[in-house]
Ligand binder design. Structure first.
Ligand SMILES: Cc1cc2nc3c(=O)[nH]c(=O)nc-3n(C[C@H](O)[C@H](O)[C@H](O)COP(=O)(O)O)c2cc1C
Length: 153
């Protein structure tokens, strides 16, 4: 199955999981960037506001065409119990191009269920697998990642 992992990471937590998955399954990877729109304290506030209001914002041009893949894995941090705005923007733009979807999110400890459910709703697809990481889980993510990978195979 040709797989693309698409993620956004403001402080590298989601990136760490994305890279671990990539190493294990050797998939293509696309980091969504936006010229640090959400960096710093002001960025934190703007991110929380945009995510809770379901706003999109500009993201940089993508390098991989999602239509070329059998499976898209989405990785997002949880923002205000929701999908982080850059990934929400990506999903709104490209979800019609997805064949199959799996996703994961990282968070401090809450909002992951709603976030993963929203990804299913936006894509209109039952996801092949989902997983989440709280600040506690992130210390030892290996087991969850292995289960996820078994499910998407
Ligand atoms: C704008 C904003 C809103 C957040 N809202 C939540 C939240 O609702 N629940 C939660 O558990 N963590 C929340 N967090 C914490 C992040 O989800 C968490 O630190 C995540 O692992 C960061 O991933 P990253 O380093 O890939 O950006 C929020 C962080 C930001 C920047």
């Amino acid at each position: 199955m040709k797989t693309l992992l698409v993620y956004y990471s403001r402080t590298d937590v989601t990136k760490k999981i994305a890279k671990m998955i990539q190493e294990k399954i050797n998939c293509d990877i696309e980091e969504i960037t936006d010229d640090d729109k959400y960096s710093g304290k002001l960025g934190f506030l703007k991110g929380g506001m945009n995510a809770s209001m379901g706003r999109t914002s500009d993201i940089n041009i993508i390098s991989k065409n999602p239509t070329d893949y059998d499976l898209i894995i989405i990785g997002t941090p949880v923002w205000a119990s929701n999908i982080a705005t850059p990934i929400y923007t990506y999903l709104m733009k490209y979800n019609k191009d997805f064949k199959n979807v799996a996703s994961f999110c990282t968070c401090m400890g809450n909002g992951y269920e709603k976030t993963l459910k929203n990804i299913s709703e936006i894509t209109g697809k039952e996801q092949i697998s989902t997983m989440f990481f709280t600040a506690e889980d992130i210390k030892n993510p290996e087991e969850k990642i292995n289960i996820f990978i078994n499910e998407i195979k």
